[in-house]
Design a protein around this ligand. Structure first.
Ligand code: GLN
Length: 484
């Protein structure tokens, strides 16, 4: 089955002309037709478009203008703008929004000959850790259908894990690529802040948001990053870095690499199986020649609090644009102010409203100093913790989430519990660092467990190299969710 393969495996077959892009697209759509009803990873499917793009890819191959991703079908999180294809952010307020332009990442993918299969489900405006905040529907974890896939890029993670695409894009503001990747047993990479253009990504919290790949293995993450990373003058926060091949150096050995293990990430109250599995993974890295070093990140315990002030504050400002005038839903009313109120009241879901209220409060006169400013100061301390630690190690290894995937409904009525599941991912966004989440084992219930590798700014190549070596050593990558 072609849908089960990775980008690099399919690329080999395409090069040898043993298969065509159209065959891949058809095979993936067969898979989608068979299992999507159980999983509901997608909001919108674009088969006709995909077949047209397959023809373009075929022409590129015939002319030998092939890139490593030509003819490869991808799923795209529904907060990344796609020209002519509905982009909803899983919100009622954007239910019928059809962007007139492509996000930079989409433009780059199309230029490289990639194929877009459709748009994936997510927490509304990427706010959440379970994809249950979608205004569209719930998405199910392919390893256990009564569990959440994680969030907010839950649809993308499920599509990759269940072979409903070859690879996918997600966005990560506080863990939304890495946590669903770990819940679904796939690889997820959050690049350093500024490495991938956010032009055309619907903004949630602009000082934290990053687009990144979700993939079946580390090599695919490196291939995808090589296509989407690089400076973009349409994004003023884009870093001045050149395009590069992130696959080069993957196979170099990791002997002598210094791996930091922060005690603050192995805490009381976390799931024992997660702690043990990640510790075993660290031993495997040691057996590959890595040097394991104890490090400390003392301000970790304040990260969730700082994040849940900064992210809602920025969101309250970014979401002010949904006023019923320019985008999406508009309710009828006699007065302009009533139209604003009615449109926003019926267009936004509960979690989005909660964040707008929290954020507006944190930014209001008289409270700004106590909340937003304080949180920003804490953010600096968290960043300094990492910079200090990276003086004595090359990468830091931690769990991705304190538990494996939880049950659907388990945390949805308790926002604080839900927020706490971000404890190991929020600090990395606050610091703007790159990190990769990769499968390292399974719980006794058969749920995937992920580990996270964090690196200094722009150290994606090192992270990918360490991840690749680990992946080769453990060989659990052929295990697939129990789906028929
Ligand atoms: N779970 C976090 C939140 O709800 C992170 C979301 C994200 O990374 N987009 O804000």
């Amino acid at each position: 089955m072609l849908s089960k393969m990775t980008i690099h495996q399919l690329h080999e077959l395409l090069l040898k002309k043993e298969i065509s892009p159209k065959e891949i697209v058809e095979d993936v759509f067969n898979r989608i037709e068979n299992i999507e009803e159980k999983l509901r990873a997608y909001i919108t499917l674009t088969k006709e478009n995909a077949l047209k793009q397959a023809e373009i890819a075929e022409k590129m191959i015939a002319k030998r203008e092939m890139t490593p991703i030509t003819g490869i079908p991808l799923a795209i999180k529904d907060n990344i703008c796609t020209e002519g294809i509905r982009t909803t952010c899983a919100s009622k307020i954007l239910e019928n929004f059809i962007p007139p332009y492509d996000a930079t990442v989409i433009k780059l993918l199309k230029q490289a000959g990639a194929i877009i299969l459709g748009k994936t489900n997510m927490d509304e405006f990427a706010m959440g850790s379970s994809t249950e905040n979608s205004a569209m529907h719930i998405t199910h974890n392919p390893w256990k259908l009564d569990c959440v896939p994680g969030g907010s890029s839950g649809g993308s993670a499920v599509a990759v894990a269940a072979d409903e695409c070859i690879c996918a894009l997600g966005s990560d503001t506080g863990g939304s690529i890495r946590q669903p990747a770990s819940f679904c047993g796939v690889v997820g990479l959050k690049p350093s802040y500024g490495v991938v253009s956010r032009f055309g990504l619907v903004a949630f919290a602009s000082s934290l948001d990053q687009i990144g790949p979700l993939s079946k293995d580390v090599t695919d993450a490196a291939i995808l990053l090589s296509i989407i990373a690089g400076h973009d003058h349409f994004d003023s926060t884009s870093a001045p870095i050149d395009r590069q091949d992130y696959t080069s150096g993957l196979k170099e050995e990791i002997k002598g690499i210094r791996v930091g293990m922060p005690k603050e990430y192995f805490i009381e109250g976390m799931d024992k199986q997660v702690a043990e599995t990640v510790k075993e993974a660290i031993e495997i890295m040691a057996s590959l020649g890595a040097e394991i070093i104890d490090v400390s990140l003392p301000h970790t315990e304040y990260a969730v609090t700082a994040y849940y002030i900064i992210a809602p504050a920025e969101a309250s400002s970014n979401l002010a644009r949904y006023d019923g005038v320019r985008y999406g839903l508009r309710e009828d009313a006699k007065e302009l102010i009533d139209m604003y109120c009615k449109s926003r009241s019926s267009g936004f879901g509960d979690e989005v409203k909660r964040r707008i209220m929290l954020g507006t409060y944190a930014l209001s006169a008289g409270y700004y100093e106590a909340y937003y400013k304080k949180a920003s100061q804490v953010r600096t301390l968290i960043k300094q913790d990492f910079l200090e630690a990276f003086k004595i190690c090359d990468t830091i290894v931690t769990p991705v989430s304190p538990t494996p995937a939880f049950k659907i409904g388990e945390k949805i009525d308790d926002p604080l519990k839900m927020y706490l599941s971000d404890i190991f991912t929020n600090p990395i966004n606050l610091a703007g660092l790159p990190s990769i989440s990769l499968p390292c084992g399974f719980s006794k219930d058969g749920l995937p467990i992920g580990m996270q590798l964090i690196g200094p700014y722009f150290s994606e190549k090192t992270l990918l190299k360490v991840a690749y070596n680990f992946e080769q050593a453990i060989g659990i990558y052929n295990r697939k969710p129990p789906l028929n």
